[in-house]
Design a protein around this ligand. Sequence first.
Ligand code: C5P
Length: 257
Amino acid sequence: MEYDEGMKVPGVHSYLHMAADPREHARQRLIVALDAPDVTSALALVDRLENTCAWFKVGLELFTASGPAAVEPLLAKGFSVFLDLKLHDIPNTVAGAVRSAAALGVKLLTIHASGGPAMLAAAREAVAGTANPPELLAVTVLTSMDETQLKSVGVHRSAANQVSLLAKMGLDAGIRGFVCSPLEVAELRQMTGPEGVLVIPGIRPAGGVVGDQKRIATPADALNQGASYLVVGRPITQADDPAKAAAAILDEMASAC
Ligand code: C5P
């Protein structure tokens, strides 16, 4: 994937043709999490957004229910898709799944860093051989894993140290994209430099409902700390007027961009 030499924003793909207009630029960096049980309800939400947003994240719930049929209509409408499958299996199996996802035409795809260097290298080699390679994003430590949870799976270092270890391993395996919480974005930006593609969930507009998210940041904070893309779910999808909620987030992003 080529980067624009003149790119000012770290980790934002030049293939998105970043607009000079800050509002359009913000629109190309906001990903709406389509956490819906089926394709019909997902597309109903997309319609309610009235083209306010350009990116959608299809996760395990929707993809398990509807498979590629959840991705195809989004691409047909001209949206960009982040397929959040968090792949974790033996290298050969992950490589095959990565090729299948690339063939769908998605632009971002998650794999688990804890699958190890061989799995990450197999995934990277698999995308390199495809016509439209998605950017691979390694998931380091899930935000649901606190230190007690980590200990119970045999990890005795802090969550922050484990994130750094896995991120370094990912970089060594040639992966430059990561999903991380707002608390880790500044550290990961330092580790990756400007080429890192950092995708950040846990975003809550100032004064918004926090829900079950713990490690959160406002859109402006996350961008200022080095985020490439922001993932926002419920503050948009559960709003009475999703298009209006998305527009308010885009305004906040535009003033921070
Ligand atoms: O509704 P909310 O804005 O919390 O949604 C965030 C989205 O990002 C969900 O799809 C969730 O699964 C995902 N996510 C997250 N925290 C992570 C990784 C992914 O919230 N650490």
